[in-house]
Ligand binder design. Structure first.
Ligand code: ATP
Length: 239
């Protein structure tokens, strides 16, 4: 693959874990329980993608598909300030798409092509969170096949955008804290069959002691499994 770009998470430990930051032409998935930091990292990346390349960004803009109303402009302002970016300009380069249900979410992703073709320099697409609507709408065993088919189509669209336009795709996935399910490979326990193939990088987020967070890379085809510790602060994500 040519011209792969990388976006910093704000934490050098986290960046190293995934091979130098969130990669373009790839899907990166973070999964973990509530409060583990999925939305915080999403906000951080929406800002850092705008940084120049020598600061860990791609000088680009971002599409933020928000399915649970978690986007907070105030948080973007705080993080932008920490990077000496103008908060207003930073917010203008984040294209918020609020998805009210799963069909709407799919439609939003389909429309990203048009935005890019109109000349907007999108370098990052965030879906926070990927599964919330799908889980709520497709309940019961009999609907699982349809859910998976829709989800696969959605992921395929996202992967195609990543490849076609050299864009990074970052998706969050909430999973319940079920200690029993986490023995062995967490991936197998948590709908791994749905996302396992699609995301190139899968990172499991856990809450640690004293407000710390632990990120663990799982299932990477070409990077070693490993862990790092990071913190969430007013200024964003740090080591
Ligand atoms: P959910 O699925 O509930 O959205 P999540 O994994 O997306 O969970 P986040 O919203 O990313 O969770 O993380 C929330 C946590 O981030 C809070 O519990 C808090 O500990 C931490 N946090 C948020 N803002 C700050 C801040 N300004 N300074 C320090 N910590 C913060």
């Amino acid at each position: 693959r040519k011209d792969v770009g990388r976006i910093t998470t704000g934490s050098s430990g986290f960046d190293e874990l995934i091979g130098g930051g969130i990669e373009t032409q790839s899907l990166t998935e973070v999964f973990g329980e509530f409060g583990s930091g999925k939305s915080q990292i999403s906000h951080e990346l929406a800002v850092t993608v705008q940084l120049p390349e020598d600061k860990g960004g791609l000088d680009g803009e971002c599409v933020f598909i928000d399915t649970e109303n978690t986007f907070r402009p105030e948080r973007i302002e705080q993080i932008a300030n920490a990077f000496d970016l103008d908060p207003e300009e930073t917010l203008q380069k984040i294209h918020i798409a609020r998805a009210f249900n799963s069909s709407h979410q799919i439609l939003m992703a389909d429309k990203i092509n048009e935005l890019i073709q109109s000349g907007v320099n999108i370098k990052l697409v965030i879906v926070d969170s990927l599964m919330a609507h799908f889980r709520a709408e497709y309940v019961g065993r009999e609907s699982l096949a349809v859910r998976q088919q829709k989800l696969n189509q959605h992921l395929h669209v996202l992967q195609t955008i990543a490849n076609t336009y050299n864009v990074a795709v970052f998706i969050t996935n909430q999973v319940q804290a079920r200690p029993d399910a986490f023995f062995g490979s967490p991936t197998k326990a948590i709908g791994g069959h749905v996302l396992g193939h699609a995301s190139t990088y899968r990172v499991w987020l856990k809450k640690g002691l004293a407000g710390k967070r632990i990120a663990r890379l799982v299932d990477s085809p070409h990077l070693p499994e490993g862990e790092c510790v990071f913190k969430i602060t007013n200024d964003g994500i740090i080591d």
